[in-house]
Design a binder for this molecule. Structure first.
Ligand code: PBG
Length: 328
């Protein structure tokens, strides 16, 4: 190819000649500031048990999670999202709103030992209900508006325990407005909401449901999570959540939904997060264990592409691995 006017050959390869040049012109960098690391916590003492479908990811008890937090901080990773697995589950998910619930206890323990950690909590009922659905069930239906009252109480309770940001993930209509109103009425005006605004009914959550013991006992989540084939509906959900007061919009899963990330980035003026979910993690780990892929390179490529598509923030089980290898 030639520049016609001056007859100069155009050589894109010139800027790929060496690493310094390549880094100089690189458009996207993933940094540790972008990453949020998910952690699972359950009742008990001295528990650190690997989740079989998610190698390198563990169930912790509130005491042993402190060692993990310390090693995250050593890596420069200071943002976590917590998922709690209570001993007792019932039809309304009582543990989710109890002062002594597993999440409330864990938030307090972490904050009193490591106040510098930024803690986000998942606000949803599925880990706490015996039926495994994300809301209150009546006559086999997940009842939207009644669920909102529980989500409000859950969010307040998390914030009273010391959480820095709440992340509602139940895909109930009006949940952001309900939670924002409840937080404001309780003087928590400065606590941000990261909304799981665009959450698909995805098979990529399989390993998480094993980890959180939150598989629906009957039916599925298609009545409230989005149809995997829809794109315009994502814009509708995102715009609604912006209006309702979301501070950050999350898209989930990430890898198969980068078109959605890019679309939302274009129409939104608030930060975007993408959740690189459990199934995406497990597939990479399995292929890597078999020696079929180069895990470090693949992880770098996955996280870079999520950022390139427009995500400012990435929630990922790869956060530790990525940081350990980022300068290699
Ligand atoms: C719901 C919730 C889920 C995930 C995060 N929050 C599961 C679901 O909706 O079924 C999935 C995350 C992952 O797969 O890593 N509380």
């Amino acid at each position: 190819m030639k520049n016609k006017q001056f007859n100069i050959p155009i050589r894109p390869r010139r800027l790929r000649e060496n690493k310094i040049l390549r880094n100089l012109v690189r458009e996207t960098f993933v940094t540790k500031h972008d990453l949020i690391y998910p952690l699972f916590v359950r009742e008990g003492k001295k528990i650190k048990t690997e989740i079989s479908s998610m190698p390198g990811v563990y169930h912790f008890s509130p005491d042993s999670i402190l060692f993990e937090i310390e090693s995250l901080l050593d890596l420069g990773l200071n943002k976590i999202i917590l998922f709690g697995i209570p001993n007792h589950k019932d039809h309304i998910g009582s543990d989710a709103i109890s002062k002594h619930g597993i999440i409330q206890k864990t938030i307090k323990t972490i904050k009193s030992n490591f106040p510098e950690v930024f803690i986000i909590s998942d606000v949803c009922l599925c880990e706490y209900t015996n039926h495994g659905h994300c809301g209150i069930v009546k006559d086999d239906k997940i009842v939207n508006d009644e669920t909102l009252k529980y989500l409000q109480r859950q969010a307040i309770s998390h914030v009273e325990s010391g959480v820095d940001m709440v992340a509602p993930s139940g895909m109930m209509d009006g949940m952001i407005k309900a939670i924002r109103t409840a937080l404001d009425e309780n003087s928590f005006v400065s606590i941000p909401i990261m909304s799981y605004a665009v959450k698909y009914a995805s098979a990529f959550y399989g390993p998480f449901r094993e980890a959180a013991e939150s598989t629906p006992q009957y039916g599925n989540r298609k009545q409230y999570q989005m149809d995997i084939a829809n794109s315009r509906e994502a814009i509708k959900e995102a715009m609604l959540d912006i209006k309702e007061g979301a501070d950050i919009l999350m898209i989930k899963p990430a890898m198969s939904y980068l078109d959605i990330v890019q679309n939302i980035k274009k129409i939104s003026n608030i930060p975007i997060a993408a959740y690189n979910v459990s199934g995406e993690y497990s597939m990479v780990k399995a292929a890597s264990k078999n020696g079929w892929i180069n895990e470090t390179d693949i992880v770098n490529e996955i996280l870079s592409s999520i950022k390139r598509a427009g995500s400012d923030i990435i929630i990922t089980y790869f956060a530790k691995d990525f940081i350990k290898n980022m300068d290699k």
